[in-house]
Design a protein around this ligand. Structure first.
Ligand code: KG4
Ligand code: ZN
Length: 347
């Protein structure tokens, strides 16, 4: 009997140095080192700081992942790495490390797409993904709706944000409410104590957007609307009801994300929705997606929060899927591609 592929996955597209080990659909290790604290005082990820942190964290993270999984580098069937999209300098560290490990151990290398990996990670929690599926990916760097006909070769964008990513909106609104970075978790917590008292705008949901931007998102107008509302309050000398603002803002984001995701499923007759990315950790997004999908008989798959945010296991999961499907490995001269299109699952 052929055993399932054992794959080491390396992720460095943003501020998390992630190294995962996966056998087939089974997670064996998920080592993570984050430089998020080093970026907090800047209110966003500083690329040079992230790259240096990856360089320092890489070898210890690989050693830890292998030891947690109880395997040696010589045991793995392949090495997978995020080739893009992401921050160029950050990606370069992971790609260079993966090439070095692949050459040293004589293993095939798979340079994979970060967005496809966010979708593939769900197989570690819920098993093989029914294809086709619709994927909603929402994080600090990306917000997109994808049609997944095949995790190996067939991912098509249905729509994406035309300005800020959903997580970026959480981070910016948190900042103007005086909350720390990253802003998603504190807004999620504050919203639980707040009331839905303010109706903030839902970007790209008007009748005219239906034609051109049906599956696209826009969050920059929402962020400005929250800023104006808070400023007006402050000018009038009244206290800002932080929890109510957080709840009303969060509702506007989750309403649009889930409405468009359900629309994408219904309009294409697809019965499975996968949600991934850091914002998928949001409690209201998870609840509203469940509620709206249940109404239409759509199955929702959201991995546990630790697998939603950037990690190495997602890269290993996609790598294992590619190896099992017999996909050709990458050549050793693959670049780090900061703008890698989602239609390219491997480089
Ligand atoms: O996927 P991720 O770890 O990294 C990127 O690729 O960006 O996502 C980070 C983003 C941040 O913007 C953070 O504020 C957001 O995910 N986030 C959340 C929550 N937890 C993290 N947003 C809303 N609610 C949360 N509970
Ligand atoms: Zn990501």
């Amino acid at each position: 009997m052929k055993t399932e592929p054992l794959v080491l996955g390396i992720e460095t597209s943003c501020d998390e140095t992630g190294v995962g080990v996966v056998r087939g659909h089974t997670l064996l290790a998920d080592a993570l080192a984050s430089s998020v604290d080093e970026h907090a005082r800047f209110g966003g990820v500083v690329p040079e700081v992230a790259s240096r942190a990856h360089l320092e964290a890489m070898v210890p993270a690989v050693d830890r992942a292998l030891s947690d999984a109880g395997v040696r580098l010589s045991d793995v069937d392949a090495i997978a790495v995020t080739a893009g999209p992401g921050l160029t300098g950050a990606l370069l560290v992971g790609v260079a490390a993966a090439k070095a490990y692949a050459i040293a151990a004589g293993k095939p290398l798979y340079g994979v797409n970060h967005l496809a990996a966010h979708v593939a990670v769900d197989t570690l929690e819920h098993g093989p993904l029914p294809e086709p599926a619709v994927a909603l990916l929402v994080s600090g760097g990306h917000s997109s709706l994808l049609r997944v006909d095949s995790l190996v070769s067939g991912i098509r964008p249905l729509g994406a944000t035309i300005d800020d990513a959903a997580g970026e909106a959480f981070d910016k609104v948190a900042r103007l409410l005086g909350m720390p970075f990253p802003g998603g978790p504190p807004i999620d917590r504050a919203a639980r104590e707040g009331q839905l008292t303010i109706t903030f705008p839902r970007g790209l949901t008007g009748p005219r957007d239906q034609a051109e931007h049906r599956f696209d998102f826009s969050f920059s107008g929402l962020k400005t609307a929250v800023a104006r509302w808070v400023e007006a309050r402050e000018r009038s000398g009244e206290p800002v009801p932080v929890n109510d603002v957080a709840r009303s803002f969060q509702e506007a984001v989750c309403d649009v994300l889930t409405a468009k995701a359900v629309d994408a499923c219904l309009s294409s007759g697809i019965g499975t929705l996968v949600i991934g990315g850091g914002v998928a950790a949001n409690s209201r997004l998870r609840a509203l997606a469940e509620e709206r999908c249940a109404k239409h008989g759509i199955a929702v798959r959201v991995p546990r929060p630790k697998l939603c945010t950037d990690n190495g296991a997602m890269v290993a999961a996609l790598g294992a899927h590619l190896v099992a499907a017999g996909a050709a490995p990458s050549t050793l001269d693959i670049p780090a591609d900061s703008a890698m299109p989602v239609t390219l699952v491997t480089r």
